[in-house]
Structure formats: C-alpha cells, structure tokens
Design a binder for this molecule. Structure first.
Ligand code: 4HQ
Length: 252
C-alpha cells in the first residue's frame, strides 16, 4: 500500500512515520509513504498557498492551483491510488471504511488548512471526502494520520498473529473484553479466577460475556445494529432471566 500525504506542514508526519507499528510496517515494506509539500507547487515566487475568499468574510481559502498540481503529481506516481480529502463535510470514518480503504493500491491524502480548500479542487480531483468525526480541527494532518494508522494495521502481515485484526473491537461489532496482566493482586483487586484456570473454553466464554456486557453498558448502539449469533443471544437471555429473578426477589 502506498500512502502519499499532501500538506503545507509535511514535517508533522516525520514523528508519525518513526514510531511503533507504522515504523515497522515501513521497514518491512508493507507500506510505502511519502509526503509532498503543497507549497512546492505554488507557482509564484513567494509560494503562496492561500487567498481571500470570494464574497468576502474572514479566514483564508487554499488556492486551487498548488493543490491541483500536487494532487495530479501524486496521482500520476501511483495511477491506481484513490484521492481522499479530509474535511468535516465527508463521510464519517469508521472501521468498515478502514477495511474498504485497506483494499486500495494507494491513497493520496489531501490535508487542508485555513477555512478549507477551493470547491473546484474537491469536485474535480477528489475520489472520497472523509471526516474523522464531528469536531473542527486546525488542519487535515491529524485526520490523515488517523486514517493511515487505522488502515495500516489491517494490511496483512502488519500485526503479528498475537494481535490479529479480526479479534479487535468493532471487527465483530463488540467492544473488547477486559484485559489483565500481572500482578495477580493489584492494590487489593484480584484478576478474575477463570483467567488463571488455564481452561481455554471457559476463558473464551468469559471473554465473550465480558465483551457483550461492556458493549451493552457502554455502547448499546453497537448491539442494536449487530447480527447476534446463537451463543450471544443465549448469554443475553441468561442475563435477562437473572435480572427478572432479582426483581421478583425485591418485590417479595
Ligand atoms: N478539518 N475530519 C481541514 C477537520 C476534519 C475533520 C477542519 C479538516 C479544517 C481545513 N478533517 N480543515 N473533522 O476538522 O477531517
């Protein structure tokens, strides 16, 4: 997978490329990355990338010529790549989109600054408009990093078998189960006994219950859209029976 980032602050990406799983994915050539400075495509001597908005008002707009030049150059290098503009107007990014994007041969991520980019660039040169959420950033760079991060870990071979992406939160529309590590007792609080038992089937069952419980309590919206399997329905029914029993006991 090729990632090309277009930004007027390409140095923001240096530390991002240099750490953790992203760094390892680059070293193992699972991803190829490059950053293009939009300023290099500004035709004038002062390399201006912004201008005042037509119709007046405050703030500045990204000029179309440097952006268009940078996008065309990036797209030419990887003809199969899709171009993504980061904008609050885009489709809201989620795990499903990450999976979709992970199947692309390459992504060109366009990071705007100021109030946004000239509308004509969006229309002519952009395949997808993506938002990372309903809040306003000072630029698209952090949004691009989030997309690159979420997509990279889905590329085969990037995560070890240990942390395979199929097991994640959201891969099955459930939050992850609780996690514990040593020591067995931390500030008086114990690790659930079953996790120390070595009984793998029981442990898997506990983990599914933990996932379901956490999703029910913290993100019931996820449960509503999920296709529950037989085992999951059985667990929810069991809880329902237990709660009913408790209520009946209260009444007596
Ligand atoms: N931006 N998701 C870039 C965002 C944003 C978001 C605001 C994008 C400023 C210039 N990008 N413009 N939310 O807030 O992707």
């Amino acid at each position: 997978m090729f990632f090309t980032v277009l930004s007027i602050f390409p140095k923001m990406f240096d530390p991002f490329w240099a750490h953790g799983i992203i760094r390892k994915a680059i070293e193992e050539k699972k991803i190829l990355t490059s950053t293009i400075n939009i300023r290099d495509y500004a035709p004038d001597r002062h390399q201006v990338t912004d201008d005042r908005p037509y119709g007046g008002g405050s703030g500045m707009v990204m000029k179309p010529e440097p952006l268009a030049g940078a996008i065309r150059d990036a797209a030419q290098r990887i003809p199969a790549a899709k171009t993504v503009l980061l904008t609050p107007q885009g489709r809201v990014f989620d795990q499903r989109m990450a999976q979709e994007l992970a199947s692309c041969a390459g992504l060109v991520l366009v990071c705007g600054r100021y109030e946004g980019v000239d509308e004509r660039v969006c229309h002519e040169l952009v395949d997808y408009e993506i938002s990372i959420g309903d809040y306003v950033l000072t630029g698209g760079e952090l949004a691009a990093m989030i997309i690159i991060d979420a997509v990279t870990r889905l590329i085969p071979g990037v995560l070890g078998g240990e942390q395979a992406a199929e097991k994640d939160s959201f891969a099955n529309d459930l939050l992850e189960h609780a996690h514990y590590t040593r020591p067995r007792i931390f500030e008086g609080s114990q690790v659930p006994e079953v996790l120390l038992s070595g009984h793998h089937q029981e442990i898997e069952k506990w983990r599914l219950e933990s996932s379901l419980m956490r999703t029910l309590l913290k993100r019931s919206d996820l449960l509503q859209k999920k296709d529950l399997d037989r085992q999951e329905i059985e667990i929810l029914n069991k809880w329902q029976r237990e709660i009913k029993k408790l209520i009946e006991e209260f009444r007596d």
